[in-house]
Design a protein around this ligand. Structure first.
Ligand SMILES: Cc1cc2nc3c(=O)[nH]c(=O)nc-3n(C[C@H](O)[C@H](O)[C@H](O)COP(=O)(O)OP(=O)(O)OC[C@H]3O[C@@H](n4cnc5c(N)ncnc54)[C@H](O)[C@@H]3O)c2cc1C
Length: 384
């Protein structure tokens, strides 16, 4: 593969219309709502999806504040794949079920008025060998293809291999989804970090920002990692795992959606590949040796792509807790504050269902049963 001008940044902003880009960074509203019914802290997919769900659930006025611009964190660097069935037999059932519910909710959000969220149908083809857990408990929708069938679907694949196919999964440009959803929130403020929290009894009374104090009825912290704020010590153990992605120029082959572990075809014929787990690399820099390895593996499997040019390569960090499961919970000891953090490898997928669950909890006062296993509970007790 040749690599002339390669952009060391995600491709996603390049695919957006100017108005979609502008929506990601509206700045401070002239009249910031000081007493919103719900304040959302964090403008990644979890924050934005939760804000929209609160609005749709009739939770009242919603203000979202973001320290930088929408999508500045992990969301802006994600691959945007929505493939819950790939987790069957591998991840706990709660995550698989939440993912399925979220894919369905994502489709509903796409069908809603206002131009949708840019949802695209995607068939997922995973080349052998499959993980043991998946083989032991495959999803009902799995279709088992022999090497000949796969060779017809992926011409030039070297070596030809059997695969499992699951149809009707999904994909989004994560920034387009964010921008389209943000347009449905009554007020968004970017460049507006929460810095401190004032608590009295079991209630958050006020959240401090450089733009002044906000006194919310309820607050949701959706800051990727658990929030780091004066006056709020959640003590949740967390870290992050870096990953790299690459995008090529449009290629002269047609893939049947996503071919694991090789690549996903984007709408204009480009390939998106990677999603490495770069454990131990604490930096935020793109490492050419990692992206070179991703494209070399692609060229070995699809030799016709040996001369295809790389146009984008980037990295971002997946927020995670030690058990690699997200936290979706009310803040212990507080009656009007919630947190969702550590969505690790599947936050884009989980956003819609997580947002709906939190909105339901805020409006009804009842913890939805489907997220109970993702409460803080005693998950991290041994580590405190
Ligand atoms: C290489 C890679 C590929 C991935 N691919 C996929 C995929 O295909 N599918 C999938 O489902 N997931 C994928 N993920 C995972 C996904 O990116 C994350 O799980 C998800 O983006 C987490 O979203 P979030 O909203 O919790 O966090 P973030 O996107 O990090 O958003 C948190 C936001 O909060 C803001 N913030 C923090 N502190 C404050 C504060 N005090 N005040 C105000 N704002 C604050 C930050 O600036 C940030 O914008 C991938 C991740 C990586 C790294």
């Amino acid at each position: 593969m040749r690599s002339a001008t390669v952009h060391d940044r995600a491709i996603w902003p390049d695919q957006l219309e100017p108005r979609e880009l502008a929506q990601l960074d509206p700045g401070l509203p002239e009249q910031l709502v000081r007493r919103p019914d719900v304040l959302i802290v964090g403008g990644g997919i979890l924050g934005v999806a939760t804000a929209v769900a609160c609005r749709d659930a009739g939770a009242g006025s919603v203000l979202l504040i973001e320290a930088s611009r929408l999508g500045a964190g992990a969301t802006g660097g994600a691959a945007g794949l929505l493939v819950p069935e790939a987790h069957q037999g591998i991840d706990p059932r709660v995550l698989v079920e939440l993912g399925r519910a979220s894919l369905a909710r994502g489709r509903e959000l796409d069908a809603a008025a206002g131009g949708g969220v840019g949802f695209r149908e995607l068939d997922w083809l995973s080349l052998a060998p499959q993980p043991e857990g998946f083989l032991a408990d495959p999803p009902p929708a799995a279709e088992w293809l022999d090497a000949g069938q796969v060779a017809r679907l992926v011409p030039g694949l070297t070596p030809a291999a059997p695969a499992v196919r699951i149809r009707h999964q999904g994909r989004v440009n994560p920034l387009r989804a964010l921008s389209r959803l943000a347009a449905r929130i009554s007020q968004v403020a970017t460049g507006c970090a929460a810095t401190a929290v004032r608590v009295r009894g079991d209630r958050v009374l006020a959240v401090s920002t450089p733009a002044g104090v906000i006194a919310p009825g309820a607050v949701v912290f959706a800051t990727g990692l658990p929030p780091q704020l004066d006056g709020l010590d959640l003590g949740l153990p967390a870290g992050s795992v870096k990953g790299h992605l690459i995008v090529t120029e449009p290629v002269p082959v047609t893939l049947p959606g996503m071919v694991m572990p090789l690549a996903t075809q984007l709408e204009d014929g480009r390939l998106l590949a990677g999603g490495t787990l770069d454990t131990g690399d604490e930096t935020g820099q793109v490492r050419a040796n990692v992206t070179d390895r991703i494209r070399a593996e692609l060229a070995v499997a699809l030799p016709a792509l040996a001369q295809v040019r790389l146009t984008h390569r980037w990295c971002c960090r997946r927020p995670c807790h030690p058990d690699l499961l997200p936290v979706i919970d009310r803040v212990p000891g507080l009656g009007n504050a919630w947190v969702t953090s550590g969505h690790y490898r599947t936050g884009i997928l989980m956003g819609p269902a997580t947002g709906s669950a939190l909105a339901g909890w805020i409006t009804s006062g009842q913890q939805p049963a489907q997220i109970e296993p993702l409460a803080i509970g005693s998950r991290f007790a041994a580590r405190h």
